[in-house]
Design a protein around this ligand. Structure first.
Ligand code: S3P
Length: 176
């Protein structure tokens, strides 16, 4: 397993995919989107996978896609919001590189993803409450494995990628 990945974790709508792509371009690294790889491998959308196999089936696919991503040469890897739920996933991410938790305010998160039909866990009733419930369960897990935390609520992906690049360098220097 490669040790040099930059692995983005955080809730739906925190900007893992957009910031991940911008950061990978800046750093000259490959970008891997675990959700996109799940969809490609299954040849089904995420809602279709949830409908056919339930959340449990999706989590199996997610664990496999994450393992595959971590076995690639160094890359920026965007995970899905629930990838931290399994202990084995958390251990593998921590062992494989630098984990960055993308924090987003509840208000901005809702603005970004409300009404998104591609996210089955969002549901259609009371999405704000649903997101708050997920966050209270998962936030300790994001923080537990994060080497860095960055708030994505206000700045653009390019601004955030520049800031994150500096912080990654500083972290590397402090470990040198
Ligand atoms: C999920 C988040 C989604 C996707 C799936 C489940 C979750 O990814 O993996 O719908 O459990 O929070 P994003 O975080 O990229 O939306």
């Amino acid at each position: 397993m490669q040790k040099q990945h930059i692995i983005l974790v955080g809730p739906m709508g925190s900007g893992k995919s957009t910031l991940g792509a911008a950061l990978a371009a800046r750093l000259g690294l490959a970008f891997i989107d675990v959700d996109a790889n799940i969809v490609a491998a299954a040849d089904q959308s995420i809602p279709e996978i949830f409908a056919a196999e339930g959340e449990a089936g999706f989590r199996e696919r997610e664990a496999q896609a994450l393992t595959d991503a971590l076995n690639h040469p160094p890359a920026v890897i965007a995970t899905g919001g629930g990838a931290v739920l399994r202990q084995a996933n958390r251990d593998a991410m921590q062992a494989a590189g630098c984990v960055v938790y993308l924090h987003v305010s509840a208000q901005e998160q809702l603005r970004r993803i409300e009404g998104d039909r591609n996210r089955p866990l969002l549901g259609s009733d009371a999405p704000a409450q649903r997101l708050a419930d997920l966050q209270s369960l998962r936030e300790p897990l994001y923080r537990q494995i994060a080497n860095l935390v960055i708030d994505t609520s206000v700045q653009t992906p390019e601004q955030l990628a520049a800031a994150l690049e500096l912080r990654l360098h500083a972290l590397k220097d402090s470990h040198a």
